[in-house]
Ligand binder design. Structure first.
Ligand code: NAD
Ligand code: ZN
Length: 237
């Protein structure tokens, strides 16, 4: 495919240190983890994420919110990284993810920037410190899932690292994100504004189409390994 070649050319020519990969829920779809825009199934079909993923929902019914996250965590534990996660690990550079799963780490990406937190790092609802039981050892507050909820600020350190990497990269590859959830969706715009090329991998149109230098309609697990393979061929002297 013509545009796989164009994306591979950009990757082959880029300094690996100056490549950013930016991922969203679509990255893990082929591992069997549903995206938010897929409606909730089974037990949870009568809820929407907006009803569960907010500080207000947690205040009102912490058991309900915890059980939803426990269910999601169990689903992630049973899933395995897909060929797309593996390609992302091989690309290297800086990985910025909106995903709260650990599939990137399990595929070998050592230190992803988790813009929206993690299912595996609970913290205190009162003071924010990491917790490892139902209550906070520091202040006695209740433990909450370590993810960013609707209406909450992104973790400052993660956002800083993400903006720094995006503003100094030569190439940003955005994968499986709808580009609708802000401020995370700023990241590809920051890269484009600073002159980086932007490659998008998504089977559907998104608002990021307008910043994409190369726009690939297809899935993470098929296109990312194809780009990587082609880039290796182009790099050969
Ligand atoms: P989103 O649900 O808004 O969008 C998913 C995007 O992925 C869509 O544009 C869709 O077309 C695309 N997509 C679907 N299948 C794909 C595939 N196989 N390959 C490539 N792309 C594919 O997700 P978002 O943009 O990440 O934003 C929603 C929020 O939901 C995020 O904040 C994220 O933290 C959270 N979330 C995380 C997970 C997870 O950790 N796995 C799962 C669901 C939601
Ligand atoms: Zn506390």
């Amino acid at each position: 495919m013509e545009s796989v070649r164009a994306a591979a050319r950009l990757l082959a020519d880029a300094d690996a240190e100056r490549v950013v990969v930016f991922t969203g829920a679509g990255m893990s779809a082929e591992s069997g983890i549903p995206t938010f825009r897929d409606s909730l199934t089974g037990l949870w079909a009568r809820f929407s994420p907006e009803e569960l993923a907010t500080p207000e929902a947690f205040e009102k019914d912490p058991e309900l919110v915890w059980s939803w996250y426990e269910w999601r965590r169990a689903a992630v534990e049973q899933a395995a990284p897909n060929a797309g996660h593996e390609a992302v690990a091989a690309i290297g550079g800086t990985l910025i993810t909106q995903n709260v799963d650990d599939l990137h780490e399990r595929a070998g990406s050592p230190d992803p920037v988790h813009l929206h937190g993690s299912l595996f790092a609970p913290r205190c609802f009162a003071c924010g410190l990491a917790t490892d039981g139902p209550v906070c050892a520091a202040c006695g507050g209740r433990s909450r899932p370590g993810v960013v909820w609707f209406g909450e600020q992104l973790p400052a350190g993660a956002l800083k690292r993400a903006v720094e990497a995006a503003s100094t990269c030569d190439l940003l590859i955005t994968v499986g994100t709808s580009g609708l959830v802000y401020p995370a969706a700023e990241i590809p715009h920051v890269a484009a504004m600073n002159g980086a090329a932007v490659v998008q991998v998504n089977p559907q149109p998104t608002p990021l189409d307008e910043v994409a230098t190369v726009n690939l309609r297809g899935t993470a697990a098929t296109l990312l390994p194809a780009i990587l393979k082609e880039a290796a061929i182009l790099r050969r002297p």
